[in-house]
Design a protein around this ligand. Structure first.
Ligand code: AGP
Length: 608
């Protein structure tokens, strides 16, 4: 979504701000801008399109040694220069960048207009600059900033500067992330650690309701009521800053190929193969409560929701605990019935998804125990849940999630065994599961070796008008995930469906123009799937089958077949999703689209 970068220090700010914005490009945006105070006057430069366009527009014009910058993803008002951030007040003394949504901006705007303020944009953000200006009639910048915040309803990560006081960046957070980077004689502020450039070793995460004053020599964090907050400084993990493509054409392809490693990292120190057990240090603090839970509710969105659906099978099948999965965006408004014996599991790559965060807050307010399965360390969900297990997948840059999905499945598998251990999971079965998990990274390598033949298939089927993805039991969520991947990067209508439901309606769609991608591994529903495949072929449909290595019966029947290695039934989705990721990727390349930043999408959805 939108991105924020701020700098104050001893060096010219422009290079840091532009570099920071470039590092946020992967989040998706439509316009960008910078503001600085040069010779006592506010200077704002904005442009639509890529950060490179802003850089060109900025040209040689110098900024001072402080400034703020922003990449915008439109929410109020179309992408345009005048709607791009930073926004200023009437007299161009205050500039503001903002992530999130101000819910009461219309009423604020009307009342400010009645007091003579002139607005230049259609955005909700501009009211913040005018509110600060209004308050500055009677208070200094810092105080006026806090007063203005008190009038806002909604979600925000805000950074503001004023020509009245060029020695400070003021920042505030409510439901939209901000992090302060501490350098030597220079300070940064950003919505994402990856945007913090320069020699920064320590960072501070702002929490909701906090206001920070950042100056060249340090920072001061307070509540809205001016109470001082002591903040923990944490070491900045360099990994997150150096996400490069390593020779791959796109981050998505690189991340697909990283899966053997990311899967291994997810299991590292947690899978005790010789003992046939699982250890999850992140859950130690809530062990006693975990023993008492009677029910699990998983909340998540998009790809993470699909991982949750696989998790439902795993947790019920292995740990024997009744489990439900719900899209977080629905859960939060449903008045869910949960109690102290309910475990609510939030799954999120970014850890910042607004709906998932809201679902966790709702669950906590009803007394549930909450845990997070999160990739981004220190993110809001990881901080707000009672405990959690990090995915350790490393930075996922491509908007289309791939390696995070398989890492989430790794953690859910570990969690199922971990919870099962205390609830009578037979040691023999536990050992079988643990061994099968340990074998997955090598098997992933084998699937990845199929990339060339999947590319050939993708070329053959790239111009289809419609794709159907079909699977059953553990592989139904994989079908949903395959369809989501091709929708989001290749912009082709695609539907994921349970194979067994075809005859209840969707089979009417089948003709030569529809390609069905069918997940038919050798498992407990193999025969049923086989008949489903025959029914589609009998109606003139084409089928690409994802089958278990050596299954000649499927190979003979299906139009095309991709083999995956044999594993136990519950882990087939971890392998079968990889051909679907590759297929979507190659179809999108064939169609010539922007793979890593697909249209209309953002990497992390921090607004409702
Ligand atoms: C996946 O390819 C999507 N870009 C999207 O569905 C994503 O999984 C969803 O927005 C949830 O994000 P999260 O895992 O960061 O919470």
């Amino acid at each position: 979504m939108c991105g924020i970068v701020g700098y104050i220090g001893q060096r010219p700010a422009a290079a840091y701000l532009i570099e920071g914005l470039k590092r946020l490009e992967y989040r998706g945006y439509d316009s960008a801008g910078v503001a600085s105070i040069v010779s006592g006057k506010l200077r704002i430069v904005r442009s639509i399109g890529k950060v490179a366009a802003l850089e060109t527009k900025l040209g040689g014009r110098a900024l001072s040694r402080m400034g703020i910058a922003h990449t915008r993803w439109a929410t109020h008002g179309k992408p345009s220069v005048r709607n791009a951030h930073p926004h200023a007040d009437c007299h161009t003394k205050v500039a503001v960048v903002h992530n999130g949504i101000i819910e009461n901006y219309q009423e604020l705007r009307i009342s400010l207009e009645q007091r003579g303020h002139r607005f230049r944009s259609e955005t909700d953000t501009e009211v913040i600059a005018h509110l600060i200006e209004e308050e500055m009639k009677t208070a200094p910048f810092e105080q006026a900033f806090t007063y203005a915040l008190k009038a806002l309803r909604g979600a925000y990560g805000i950074v503001a500067i004023s020509s009245d006081d060029p020695t400070k960046l003021l920042a505030a957070r409510k439901s939209s992330p901000l992090v302060i980077g501490i350098g030597r004689g220079e300070m940064f502020i950003a919505s994402d650690v990856s945007a913090i450039v320069g020699d920064v070793k320590r960072i501070v995460y702002l929490d909701d309701g906090e206001v920070a004053t950042v100056s060249q020599g340090g920072y001061d964090v307070r509540t809205l009521n001016h109470r001082k907050r002591e903040k923990d400084e944490v070491e900045l993990e360099r990994d997150w800053m150096v996400a490069e493509r390593d020779g791959y054409q796109h981050f998505m392809l690189k991340e697909i190929f990283e899966q053997p490693k990311s899967f291994t990292d997810a299991m590292r120190g947690r899978l005790l193969v010789r003992e046939g057990r699982v250890r999850l240090g992140g859950l130690r603090a809530v062990e006693t409560r975990l023993r008492r839970i009677k029910r699990i509710v998983i909340v998540s969105c998009g790809t993470s929701y699909h991982a949750g659906l696989v998790g439902e099978y795993l947790l019920e099948g292995v740990a024997g605990i009744p489990t439900e999965v719900e899209m977080a965006s629905e859960f939060r408004y449903r008045k869910p019935i949960i109690d102290r014996k309910t475990l609510v599991v939030a799954i999120s790559q970014s850890g910042e998804t607004a709906d998932t965060l809201a679902a966790i807050r709702e669950a906590k307010s009803q007394g549930a125990l909450t845990i997070g399965i999160v990739n981004v360390v220190g993110s809001a969900i990881s901080r707000e849940t009672d405990a959690g297990v990090y995915c350790h997948a490393g930075p996922e840059v491509s908007v289309a999630s791939t390696k995070a999905f398989t890492s989430q499945l790794a953690i859910l598998s570990l969690l199922a065994v971990y919870l099962g251990q205390g609830r009578g999971l037979a040691p023999k079965l536990a050992t079988k599961i643990v061994k099968a998990l340990a074998a997955i990274p090598k098997q992933m390598e084998e699937v990845l070796q199929e990339a060339k033949s999947i590319k050939v298939l993708a070329k053959r089927y790239a111009q289809q008008d419609h794709y159907l993805y079909l699977g059953r039991k553990y592989n139904f969520p994989t079908a949903l995930e395959g369809a989501l991947k091709i929708k989001e990067i290749a912009y082709v209508p695609a539907q994921g469906y349970p194979t067994g439901e075809m005859k209840h309606g969707p089979i009417a769609l089948i003709d030569a123009s529809v390609l069905s991608v069918m997940l038919v591994p050798r498992d407990s529903v193999y025969e049923k799937n086989f008949s489903g495949l025959e029914e589609i072929l009998a109606r003139g449909g084409k089928v690409v089958a994802i089958a278990t290595a050596g299954d000649l019966a499927i190979k003979k029947k299906a139009t095309d077949t991709i083999f995956i290695p044999k594993t136990i039934e519950m882990f087939a989705p971890i392998l079968s999703v990889i051909p679907l990721q590759l297929f979507a990727y190659f179809v999108a390349v064939e169609r010539g689209y922007d793979i890593d930043q697909p249209r209309n999408l953002a990497k992390s959805v921090t607004v409702e």
